[in-house]
Design a protein around this ligand. Structure first.
Ligand SMILES: Nc1ncnc2c1ncn2[C@@H]1O[C@H](COP(=O)(O)OP(=O)(O)O)[C@@H](O)[C@H]1O
Ligand SMILES: [Mg+2]
Length: 237
């Protein structure tokens, strides 16, 4: 599979790290190589020398974009989770990378302040942090992001589903979300048994039937919903 970059952007505490981690895990679980470049981790290593002036923030994004691009051209899905507050820097990353999906993690600043996962909003509001995005530094919203998730209205599961559905529908994950290489003799056997129809969708049907009558059966209604969704995504005829 060809790699690409999923670029998360949003205010502090909007949910970038949470969703980037969840997306990475979900992709790896279905056999897609994924690597998360989290802003905090990057700032502790690759961009340790940088501060929070506009110039330094832009340089932070340039370096993250470069690493993400290298990962992507090696077939990995590179997931970045940095505030990336300036539109021009994000657009530059998009141009530089090409295979680029921008995810706007949208959340009102009031909700972010309530979450205050690391206590930084409190410090910024006390005037202790002169360049804190959302309080004492600007955040420029994306104009045409490929995906927007509103984390004040969705659970992390729902936001993840929104992102995965986009990636599947837009064709980023289509050929390789689940790569199973069957031995030639198994394919030949299935061809004899099933004829010339599309093997993949028949295999998915059989697996579904198997899964849905196993120890933990999903109800008939849920089974129909799953089949409908797979059909909508083009996995089933
Ligand atoms: N839909 C959602 N998506 C992501 N995070 C959410 C969502 N709803 C609530 N949260 C919570 O918001 C917080 C976001 O923190 P974090 O992911 O560290 O933000 P960021 O990396 O953007 O600073 C977490 O505590 C997370 O559980
Ligand atoms: Mg984070």
């Amino acid at each position: 599979m060809s790699g690409f970059v999923v670029w998360f952007t949003g205010l502090p505490c909007a949910g970038k790290s949470t969703l980037a981690g969840r997306l990475g895990q979900a992709l790896r679980e279905c056999g897609v190589g994924a690597e998360v470049l989290d802003g905090d981790e990057v700032r502790g290593t690759l961009t340790r020398d940088l501060g929070f002036s506009r110039e330094d923030r832009d340089e932070n994004i340039r370096r993250i974009a470069w690493v993400a691009k290298v990962l992507a051209r090696n077939g990995t899905v590179a997931i970045t989770a940095a505030i990336s507050p300036y539109r021009a820097a994000r657009d530059q990353a998009r141009r530089e990378i090409g295979r680029f999906v921008e995810v706007y993690v949208k959340c009102p600043v009031e909700t972010c302040m309530q979450r205050d996962v690391k206590g930084l909003y409190a410090r910024a509001l006390r005037g202790e942090l002169p360049c804190f995005t959302g309080v004492s530094d600007p955040y420029e919203e994306p104009v045409h992001p490929e995906v927007t998730v509103e984390t004040d209205r969705q659970t992390p599961d729902e936001s993840l589903e929104t992102i995965l559905t986009y990636l599947e529908r837009a064709g980023w994950l289509r050929s390789g979300a689940v790569a199973v290489h069957l031995p030639a003799y198994v394919v030949a056997h299935l061809r004899r048994a099933w004829g010339d129809g599309p093997l993949e969708s028949q295999i998915v049907e059989v697996l579904l039937r198997h899964v849905t009558v196993a120890d933990d059966p999903v109800g008939a209604e849920e089974r129909e919903a799953i089949i409908g969704r797979l059909r909508g995504l083009g996995y089933l005829e």
